[in-house]
Design a protein around this ligand. Structure first.
Ligand code: ADP
Ligand code: MG
Length: 527
């Protein structure tokens, strides 16, 4: 089933506007499959892997169905966990930005009195864990009499967690005349029993995986935190001195944000997505062809219509929600017998999506470690020196030589002059000198390591394993590369490998440890 452009779908203007604000351009495969039958009022079973957009697949039709003037509860979504309930509630709230709808997550762990108060104000959609929903039904703080839609989200998980009886309790109390949807990554006998008992002639919609031919592209991925993605992208662009890169994002908003970030960092960048006018798109493409843009950032839809094959590298800034998109994206590089490179950035749950993609495309995507700032600098300097040599060989510098001689008459050596000028250029280009061994002084660390003072300790509930985890997240280093860690009452010490010490300490200062801001300094030997 082909993807549909949200703009072309028969949705109410208010919902379309919210989808536009989210930056979604086209449906994911499961969305194309299930949204039309759900909108027709059919019972549906939707089977798709995690991260494929199932929330909006039912969220959009629910919001279309809800009558804003009817204050009663009209839709119930059951989720396995509190986190998922909150996440689903948030996505539905975003989708209902212009069609005001009262949405409430209810889950165990939160004081029931607070939920009762919120429910009394009139809620049209609840997203709850089965146990807590049942609890409210017993207390008669939830009336199911006007419910028109019931959704089981992540049904397999809920059943694994032993919620079957609770789910059935809820389903038994919901009006017979209603629409029921069930979403799950996997199917099982129990699920089929449930659908048989409670769904009315359900349509099973499953995303089919075609055999895909994967192009000759070297494929890599990085496990990286969302907030470090821009940084990583600039490092790889710099390290490989890429002049022609195509970067894919999953939404229009993500394209705009990334273009802004890259422009601030001085890259020649342009963005392409469906909200731009034809003129704007043409202007970006003209610049790209003239070499005035080094990094083109695009959504899948926008990239489809353009001729930008044969780029040096493709980046998946977001892991696509559709494995065919992955193959199309990476196929933009490595044309005509050349091997191009594709880099995928996976943060958090995106790792699972990437695993699915590997499974279906049967390709090997190799993990890379995030390059250190130091490596990037070394390369930049090397390139700079090459540039200087080329310049000396190719330009006539008589006048400048005279200027240098003038300084030499004032007792400056030509070496000093050259060094000063280099520094001036390097500073301007932001190729700053990073700290060398001796700059740290003697921190009392074992050889090859630097000992850092960290202003967090037991009192802030920080343990050695939290420090290891934070270091691993910013650098990929495992605990074996990290030296001694001492956690004291109000502060801690950690030994970091000399070559990464500066990078890691800077990165930690940005990201924090266990969500807390942190200050790191090379330790004093005495401490
Ligand atoms: P699932 O429930 O299948 O695991 P989610 O509904 O949580 O997946 O969606 C995963 C991510 O994809 C979310 O960040 C969501 O906002 C985003 N997303 C959903 N639909 C689209 C779309 N059509 N285009 C781009 N991003 C989408
Ligand atoms: Mg989900």
């Amino acid at each position: 089933m082909d993807s549909l452009l949200f703009e072309d779908m028969e949705l109410s203007p208010k919902i379309k506007k919210a989808i536009r604000d989210l930056g979604f351009e086209e449906t994911t495969p499961i969305q194309s499959l299930v949204i039309p039958p759900i909108m027709e009022g059919k019972d549906v079973i939707g089977q798709a892997q995690t991260g494929t957009g199932k929330t909006a697949a039912f969220g959009i039709p629910i919001l279309e169905m809800v009558d804003p003037d009817d204050e009663s509860l009209q839709a119930v979504i059951l989720c396995p966990t509190r986190e998922l309930a909150i996440q689903v509630a948030e996505e539905i709230k975003k989708l209902s930005k212009y069609k005001k709808t009262r949405v409430l997550p209810i889950y165990g762990g939160q004081p029931i009195e607070r939920q009762i108060k919120a429910l009394k104000k009139g809620v049209q959609i609840i997203i709850g864990t089965p146990g807590r929903v049942m609890d409210h039904m017993y207390r008669r703080t939830l009336s199911m009499s006007e419910v028109k839609m019931i959704i089981l989200d992540e049904a397999d998980e809920m059943l694994d967690m032993g919620f079957r009886e609770d789910i059935e309790f809820v389903l038994d109390k919901i009006p017979q005349k209603r629409q029921m949807l069930l979403f799950s990554a996997t199917m099982s006998k129990v699920i089929l029993t449930l659908t048989k008992k409670y769904q009315n002639n359900p349509q099973l919609m499953k995303v089919a995986h075609h055999q895909l031919t994967v192009p000759l592209t070297e494929q890599f991925y990085f496990e990286v935190r969302e907030k470090n993605k821009v940084d990583l992208l600039s490092r790889i662009l710099d390290l490989n001195n890429l002049q022609l890169a195509l970067v894919f994002c999953n939404t229009k908003r993500r394209v705009d944000q990334l273009v802004n970030h890259l422009q601030t960092r001085g890259y020649l960048t342009g963005g392409l997505h469906g909200d731009l006018s034809q003129n704007q798109r043409d202007a970006v493409m003209a610049k790209f062809r003239k070499g005035q843009i080094d990094v083109l950032v695009a959504t899948d839809v926008a990239a489809r219509g353009i001729d930008v094959d044969d780029v040096e590298a493709v980046f998946n800034y977001d892991v696509p929600n559709n494995d065919e998109h992955y193959v199309h994206r990476i196929g933009r590089t490595g044309r005509m017998g050349k091997t191009g490179q594709a880099f995928t950035f996976a943060s958090g749950k995106e790792i699972y999506k990437l695993r699915d993609i590997q499974r279906y495309t049967k390709v090997k995507i190799k993990q890379l470690q995030i390059p250190s700032l130091k490596e990037v600098e070394k390369l930049k300097k090397y390139r700079f020196l090459e540039e200087v040599k080329k310049y000396i060989d190719s330009e006539y510098l008589g006048k400048e030589v005279q200027l240098v001689e003038k300084l030499m008459e004032e007792d400056y050596s030509s070496l000093d002059v050259a060094a000063a000028l280099m520094n001036m250029v390097l500073e301007k280009r932001n190729i700053s000198e990073s700290k060398t061994t001796s700059d740290f002084g003697d921190t009392g660390a074992q050889p090859g390591k630097v000992r850092f003072f960290i202003n967090l300790g037991l009192k802030q509930n920080v343990k050695a394993k939290d420090i290891v985890k934070a270091i691993h997240e910013v650098s990929g280093l495992s605990s074996t590369s990290i030296g001694r860690i001492d956690v004291l009452e109000k502060f801690s010490f950690v030994e970091l490998p000399l070559e990464n010490a500066q990078d890691i300490s800077e990165a930690l200062a940005r990201t924090g440890i266990k969500g807390k801001r942190v200050n790191l300094e090379p330790a004093n030997k005495k401490t």
